[in-house]
Structure formats: structure tokens, C-alpha cells
Design a protein around this ligand. Structure first.
Ligand code: GLN
Length: 485
């Protein structure tokens, strides 16, 4: 196996045995980036010098007998997570040239755990999108088929890991942006419980939904990264104080006896590709073979997830994005008056999808419409959460497809925002409910494109979710495939 194909835990083991150094590994990844980046375009910024310096430091620490959970592992960061001294743009013109003077908490934790940061990955502008085509700079290509999208909005992170341009990456998930690209790129992607990981330094899209999460090549790597990322942060009052469990220890032995797996009858609906439905159904059989009891459950408000999300997320976005006015950060247009400065900066700085969301959100919040739209959406959000509460009285996890379709072609959905929004039909409601969910590979379609299985768990039950995912992964080989580039 080549160095760029290693999982994090394989690379760590090799480094701990003294068979590999972080500098060797980082050089191999940087060479891989150089070789395949013209095809994938996964990165907005590669910080090669910084990465090599961090790798040298990691090797020195290890030589001095010091171990850390991620010591010497090259990892990429989505460009909406603030990185001290490194440009952070959210793939938006309005933040071009913005260099944060601080690290996001999750980035700080990765660095403290010894990770080598490779650079910043491409994304849909302000994380609004499902294909990475809304990047203001360029689209990213799916390593499994370069004419197709990697998903989004964390598409750069997903493509980088799938293509061997990082061992793992951080993404963010507001309504599916870690899980959907993980599904489309054949990776494991985790959306943690809302508040399990700090949002400090994550440039806000929809604050009641945003969560950072890992994208990795297997479940063990996801558990390892989550252990480092998760935990209380005094700088984010929405983080949980509950101690972070040992997720790696919770992976277990692959036996699922005594575990109840819920399958919502609402998840196999029109619009789900045949290959996806087949792969997910056969994954459910595998879980049964491993000892799990399969239980049909109902989430009656599933179909309200999309309209509720597309009222609440834009409403929050319209408020959060008000701060980008050309005064304090990033891009500033030429103007003679203050008003003209605002108009032109925002008019030129934001792309079409961001403007659409700001307008939708401003409308939903405006006097006269607030009760009909925003308040109503909040009420239905409560019903969605109660659906899950009720289902989790009967089962330990809920499974289904992550995405109704495999990777679609670049350009195929860009003209129709609703088609694009439908890409997240299965990932929005867990986010609205604040529960954890992950995606992992469960098959390939006839064209050789990856399919993802989604596993959701109750609040703070990530360990159960990892245990089920790990058991499935141990029983299958999907996660061992790598795209040929
Ligand atoms: N695709 C969804 C949207 O466009 C979700 C994005 C996300 O999770 N950041 O809003």
C-alpha cells in the first residue's frame, strides 16, 4: 500500500513502531497533492512549509518519547474553520484575503493532539450547497469520477481524503455537509450531537445547526478524531459538559446481539435510486446477520424536514451574514458613501446562492411573515425532534440511505436550486433534531460510484453509532476500495 492510502490508525502504528516518520508521510501526501490536485481541485490553500515544520516537530517529540493521539498525522481543514495565520475564506469573495488571528477550537485541539495541518479545503460558499459548485473560486471534482461532484458543502475535504491528499479532514455539517459528501466519496463522515464539538471559530452559517465533524477512511479513524474534537469549550456556551467517552474503546468486537436497529418506513420513497435502495437494504440484512434486531419505526414528519430546514437555516444565515459589510473583514468595494459601500461590497462579495438564502431568510423573519414562516418552522422542528424521541424509545439506532442518489454530474443540478436542496433530503432532519448521525460506505452502483449508509443515534450516543458502524465495516470490504486517479 502507498503512504497516501493509509488510514490514520495504520500510519500512527507505523510511526509508533519507528517504521515511518511524519516528515516522510507528510512529504508523500504533499507529493500526492501536487500530482492529483490539478484533477480534483480539493484545496483552496496548501500550507506545505507549515506542514513540514509541524511534521519535523512531531518527529522530534516522538523521538523524545512523547506520544499524542494524532502525533504526526497530516489532516486537512475545511475553509470555514478559522486557522491562525492562514487565509480562511469560506470559499467566498467577501472573505478573500481574510487571515484569522486565532484558531477554531477544533483546529486548536487537533494541533494540540499533534496533527499536521495540510491546508484549507474547498467548499460551497458559506457551506450553502451540496456539490461544492457554489464555491466562488472553482468546483471540486469527485475522485471516483472527475466529471461528477464530490457532494457538499464539505466537498473539498471529502475529495482530498478520497484522493489520498490527506489522511483525514475536518468538515462541517449544518444539514448534511459532512455526511452527504462522505457518502458520495466513499468515506466515513460524522455529524456529532449538536454541542458535542465546539463551534468557536467556525464561521457561522446557521448557528442552531452548525457542527464540525470528521471525514475519514474508516470508522476507527472517525472515532479517533472525534475523541480529540469533542468536549466542553468555555468559548461556546452551547457545548455539552458531559465527559467525552472513549469512542475507540466503544467500537467493540463486531457483535450486535441485543441491539435494536430502526428502519423508518418513510425512508424508502420515490426518488431513491434503485442501486442505493438495494445497497441499504442489504446492509440492513448484514446488521441482522451480526445479531441486531431490525425494527420498523415511523418518523411521520420526515417530509417536513426540507421546508423546515430551508426556513430556519436561511433565517439564521441572514442574521449571521449581516456582519460581512466591507468594514471589518475581507473584501471591500470602491464606494463614495457608506450606503454604497455596503451595497456594492455585499453585491459583489456574495455569490448567487448566498444572496438567495439571505433573501429567503430575511423574508421569513420579516414582520408580518414571521408567524407564518419562521415560528411555524420552529414548531414543526419540535415535532421532528419528538418523532426521533419516540422512535428511540423502541430502538438504539436508526438506519437508512445518506443520499437518495450517487454522485451526480457537474452542472447537472446547478440551474435548479430545489433539485440541489433535495440532495439532502435524508440528512436534514437529524440536524434539526440535534442528534448525531454518520455515513459509511455500503456499496457501489453500476458506474462504480460509492453509496452511503446513514446511522443515527440519540443525543450524545455517538458511541452506539460507532459500534454499529464498526461492526458493519468489519463484516464488509467497501471501505478498502480506493479510486484510481
Ligand atoms: N446542503 C445543505 C444546504 O445547502 C446543507 C449544507 C450544510 O450542511 N452546510 O444548506
Amino acid at each position: 500500500m502507498e503512504l497516501h492510502e493509509l488510514t490514520m490508525h495504520q500510519a500512527l502504528a507505523a510511526m509508533r513502531r519507528g517504521e515511518l516518520t511524519s516528515v516522510e508521510l507528510t512529504e508523500a501526501i504533499l507529493a500526492r497533492i501536487e500530482a492529483v490536485e490539478p484533477k480534483t481541485r480539493a484545496y483552496l490553500t496548501v500550507t506545505a512549509e507549515r506542514a513540514l515544520e509541524a511534521a519535523r516537530q512531531a518527529d522530534a517529540l516522538r523521538a523524545a518519547g512523547e506520544e499524542r493521539p494524532l502525533l504526526g498525522l497530516p489532516i486537512a481543514i475545511k475553509d470555514n474553520l478559522s486557522t491562525r495565520g492562514v487565509e480562511t475564506t469560506c470559499a467566498s469573495r467577501i472573505l478573500e484575503g481574510y487571515v484569522p488571528p486565532f484558531d477554531a477550537t477544533v483546529v486548536e485541539r487537533l494541533k494540540a493532539a499533534g496533527a499536521v495541518i495540510l491546508g484549507k479545503t474547498n467548499m460551497d460558499e458559506f457551506a450553502m450547497g451540496s456539490s461544492t459548485e457554489n464555491s466562488a473560486f472553482f468546483p471540486t471534482h469527485n475522485p471516483w469520477d472527475l466529471e461528477r461532484v464530490p457532494g457538499g458543502s464539505s466537498g473539498g475535504s471529502a475529495a482530498a481524503v478520497a484522493a489520498g491528499e490527506a489522511l483525514a479532514a475536518l468538515g462541517t455539517d449544518t444539514g448534511g455537509s459532512v455526511r452527504q459528501p462522505a457518502s458520495l466519496c466513499g468515506l466515513v463522515g460524522v455529524r456529532p450531537t449538536y454541542g458535542r464539538c465546539s463551534r468557536y471559530g467556525l464561521i457561522a452559517f446557521a448557528s442552531s445547526l452548525d457542527q464540525p465533524g470528521p471525514l475519514t477512511r474508516d470508522v476507527r479513524d472517525a472515532a479517533l478524531l472525534m475523541e480529540v474534537m469533542a468536549g466542553h469549550d468555555p468559548r461556546d456556551a452551547t457545548t455539552w459538559r458531559e465527559p467525552v467517552p472513549d469512542y475507540v474503546a466503544a467500537l467493540g468486537e463486531g457483535d450486535l446481539h441485543g441491539l435494536r436497529v430502526g428502519v423508518p418506513k418513510e425512508y424508502f420513497v420515490e426518488g431513491v435510486e434503485a442501486a442505493v435502495e438495494q445497497a441499504v437494504r442489504s446492509a440492513i440484512e448484514t446488521l441482522a446477520d451480526l445479531g441486531a434486531e431490525i425494527v420498523e419505526v415511523s418518523l411521520p414528519h420526515s417530509e417536513t424536514g426540507l421546508p423546515v430546514y430551508y426556513l430556519i437555516a436561511p433565517a439564521e444565515a441572514s442574521a449571521n451574514l449581516a456582519r460581512f459589510d466591507g468594514i471589518r473583514y475581507g473584501y471591500r468595494a470602491e464606494a463614495r458613501t457608506l450606503e454604497e459601500l455596503y451595497f456594492r461590497t455585499r453585491g459583489e462579495g456574495f455569490g448567487p446562492e448566498v444572496k438567495r438564502r439571505i433573501m429567503l431568510g430575511t423574508y421569513a423573519l420579516s414582520a408580518g411573515y414571521y408567524d407564518a414562516y419562521y415560528r411555524k418552522a420552529q414548531q414543526v422542528r419540535t415535532l421532528i425532534r419528538r418523532d426521533f424521541d419516540r422512535a428511540f424509545e423502541q430502538v438504539d439506532v436508526i438506519v437508512g440511505p445518506t443520499s437518495p442518489v450517487t454522485a451526480f454530474r457537474l452542472g447537472e443540478r446547478t440551474d435548479d436550486p430545489l433539485q440541489m436542496y433535495l440532495a439532502d433530503i435524508f440528512t436534514l432532519s437529524q440536524a434539526l433534531a440535534g442528534i448525531p448521525a454518520l455515513s459509511l460506505p455500503c456499496g457501489f452502483d453500476e458506474a462504480g460510484l460509492p453509496i452511503g449508509l446513514q446511522i443515527a443515534a440519540p443525543v450524545l450516543r455517538e458511541a452506539t453509532m460507532f459500534r454499529v458502524a464498526y461492526a458493519y465495516e468489519q463484516a464488509t470490504t467497501w471501505h478498502e476500495r480506493r479510486p484510481t486517479l
